[in-house]
Design a protein around this ligand. Structure first.
Ligand code: HAM
Length: 420
């Protein structure tokens, strides 16, 4: 029979590497939990229209990358390609914005799905930790989110990342700029698909990486010159707050992002050790999204950091996280009586809060000690018939190599005390 493999563009997370992913999720969420963000979980799939309207009909994500399906009942669903539209949908549905204390601050962690061409750092199933602050227009909120992401990356020891910052304007000034840009782009020598893009989403053309297109874009009108006074002042305040917090950023007026809902502040965290897929995280303000999906006006801002790419960034910088060993005590029974007795000791240790594991499967001393070593346990308990006859077990300190007999009825207390 054929064996099965993980689907193209996906991979399995297995121990011991999986512990690094857990630690990265924990490190990214810790500053959020500490700053008033509550945990939210939404379904892995949603009405396909939510993303079409929210993320944007003209984006690659919606036109090319969504996993869509029709249920037996005839509903059109899509596996979520991102989290923002879902989180806002859930907040609106539960009327969180009417509870009186805006902004509603939420964080999430989960799997996302995009039918992309797989390469290193770009997968069809990937993992994000994200944050959304819903219902407030305040430059300090934009700054808070950027500062918290910076803090999260730094807490992991990362140093090789840069923050790119831009403002995309609002519903007053962006349409004026859009029209000016379209006028400029229509006169260029471009292929048909790009010409179509000029009409649907001209800002995306600025993101084109091809050298011949880039060359023609040199004199393109700049959004910076079209920002209205309110957007200009807002952006200046975000920048000042970041600078005051000691968070370095680079102005990048070519930063457009791949989702349509952004207004004003946009930002991306890029890591220079990652090659083509250098964005480890990104986000921005989305003041119009709520109305786009049928809600009231709720100016909001958020980000999502990619867990997979953050792990790659750690590798690129040669950072090994100092993770505590999963097991503190490993018990090795030699013989039937010892098996029953030490299994009881392990159960008791676990109930006392000590991470303990057991040599299962009746292996001999050598095989069981190999498992004990591999577990990373600080102490090993070994007991055979002779030990039991004397009412003791041998406790070995795996760090010093020192071994001593401990009375059976004192084992739990002795080990608990030595582990604090
Ligand atoms: P995004 O830039 O599409 O934004 O994705 C955020 C991060 O998810 C990326 O920077 C990257 O690290 C990771 N990522 C995206 N696609 C893939 C992939 N195919 N393979 C591996 N990693 C990937 C959003 O998703 C927005 N919802 C962010 C946001 C929240 N904006 C406002 N609030």
């Amino acid at each position: 029979m054929n064996t099965f493999q993980a689907p193209k563009g996906t991979y399995d997370l297995l121990p011991p590497d999986s512990a690094v992913y857990l630690a990265v999720r924990e490190a990214i969420s810790a500053p959020l939990k500490n700053s008033g963000y509550g945990y939210i979980e939404t379904p892995g799939f949603e009405d396909v229209e939510l993303f079409a309207r929210g993320v944007g009909e003209s984006t690659d994500i919606v036109t090319k990358e969504m996993y869509t399906l029709t249920t037996k009942g005839g509903s059109e669903l899509a596996l979520r390609p991102e989290g923002t539209a879902s989180v806002l949908r859930a907040a609106l549905e539960a009327n969180l914005h009417k509870a009186g204390n805006l902004p509603v601050k939420l964080w999430y962690s989960g799997s996302y799905y995009r039918y992309e061409r797989p390469q290193k750092g770009r997968y069809r199933h990937f993992s994000q930790v994200g944050a959304e602050a819903i219902g407030a227009e305040d430059p300090a909120l934009d700054a808070e989110l950027i500062i918290l992401a910076d803090q999260a990356y730094r807490s992991l020891g990362l140093r090789g990342f840069r923050i790119l910052l831009n403002s995309l304007g609002d519903k007053e000034c962006r349409p004026v700029y859009r029209e000016a840009l379209q006028g400029f782009l229509r006169d260029l020598d471009l292929d048909d698909e790009t010409r179509r893009r000029i009409e649907i989403n001209p800002l995306r053309v600025l993101d084109d990486k091809r050298p011949d297109v880039r060359r023609q874009l040199t004199d393109a009108p700049k959004l910076r010159d079209y920002l209205c006074e309110a957007c200009r002042a807002y952006h200046a305040e975000v920048r000042d707050l970041l600078t005051a917090a000691g968070v370095a950023y680079e102005d990048d007026e070519r930063l457009v992002r791949g989702l349509d809902y952004y207004t004003r502040t946009t930002f991306e965290f890029v890591h220079d050790g990652l090659g083509a897929q250098s964005a480890v995280g990104g986000g921005g303000r989305y003041d119009g999204l709520s109305e786009m999906i049928g809600g009231p006006a709720l100016p909001s801002v958020g980000w999502a950091l990619g867990v997979d790419r953050t792990v790659l960034a750690l590798e690129a910088e040669g950072i090994t996280l100092q993770l505590p060993p999963a097991t503190s005590v490993f018990a090795v029974p030699l013989g039937e009586e010892a098996r029953r007795l030490l299994f009881g000791v392990v159960t008791e240790l676990r109930r006392a809060g000590v991470a303990a594991d057991f040599g299962y499967g009746g292996k001999g001393l050598k095989g069981a000690m190999k498992n004990a070593n591999r577990s990373g346990a600080r102490f090993t308990i070994v007991a055979g018939e002779r030990d039991l006859a004397e009412g003791v077990a041998q406790v070995k300190d795996m760090e010093s190599g020192e071994q001593k007999p401990v009375p059976l009825d004192a084992l739990v207390a002795d080990l608990t005390a030595r582990l604090v």
